[in-house]
Design a protein around this ligand. Structure first.
Ligand code: GLN
Length: 259
């Protein structure tokens, strides 16, 4: 098919992009362009017209500290949240990292004990036990196996969060932990997948290290926009694969690399 294009929305890039989340946008754009898919990137922050959300084929929002989260959350609850909810319910593929992931649940309790209401899209809630309790920081390795997406190799990233997220009844985890913390330091789950929306604690940034997830989002976006499956041309990901193998070898020496 010729003349393919996607509009990618980057929500609050000036406030919610603390840990190199821009890398995710670069990868999504580049992997589209390498296949001749034209990308129109819409940066949507506080002052933007909320109706722009209706035009998006793929949505991304990165993480932030509690301070920025409180500012953005106010705008989501009062202004853009209902259209974002509609887009997710309508199966627009999307990726929400860390602080953004926390917003989509029932609530996020900050380290200072402020309970910020969430958008109630994902059946999860998050509580930060306070500044005196250790943050969950470090390299993380996960295995992705859920009803929407299975990735045969390990997915690697970096996490840094104080909030502990708990899945409520009906929530489907995005992945299982092989190394690291993930949603909390107890149940070995990582993130959530709901319709075509992924919430995860992997900053990484996640997509440059694990481009299969970028392709999942791009494929879903094309399917949704053009109403049929469009096979994505294979790209050379050998360097990314090697980089992942180094991390897996370092932290999971007992695991089979080619798994
Ligand atoms: N402020 C949130 C927490 O610490 C999110 C942090 C983040 O986005 N890295 O849990």
């Amino acid at each position: 098919m010729k003349n393919l294009s996607l509009t990618i929305g980057w929500l609050y890039p000036d406030l919610m992009s603390t840990y190199g989340d821009r890398g995710n946008i670069i990868v999504l754009t580049k992997r589209c362009e390498d296949r001749g898919i034209k990308v129109n990137l819409e940066k949507i922050s506080l002052e933007a017209d909320k109706n722009k959300i209706k035009e998006l084929d793929l949505i991304f929002m990165g993480g932030a500290q509690d301070k920025q989260q409180e500012i953005v959350n106010k705008d989501l609850i009062e202004n853009k949240g209902s259209l974002l909810k509609r887009a997710i319910e309508d199966e627009i593929p999307s990726l929400f990292i860390c602080g953004a992931y926390q917003f989509l649940g029932k609530y996020y309790k900050t380290a200072e004990g402020h309970k910020i209401p969430g958008l109630n899209i994902f059946p999860i809630y998050t509580e930060n036990p306070g500044e005196n309790v250790k943050r969950l920081i470090g390299n993380i390795i996960i295995e992705i196996r859920n009803s929407k997406l299975e990735i045969r190799n390990f997915v690697v990233g970096f996490e840094n969060h104080g909030g502990r997220t708990y899945l409520l009844n009906g929530a489907e985890p995005f992945a299982q932990i092989a190394y690291g913390f993930g949603n909390n330091d107890k149940d070995k789950t990582e993130g959530v997948i709901y319709k075509n929306a992924i919430g995860t604690y992997l900053h990484g940034p996640i997509l440059p290290k694990n481009p299969q997830i970028a392709d999942f989002l791009i494929e879903k976006a094309l399917f949704k926009k053009y109403g049929k499956k469009i096979e994505l041309e294979k790209l050379d990901d050998s360097i990314e694969k090697k980089a992942r193998e180094v991390v897996v070898k370092k932290y999971l020496s007992g695991y089979n690399q080619t798994k």
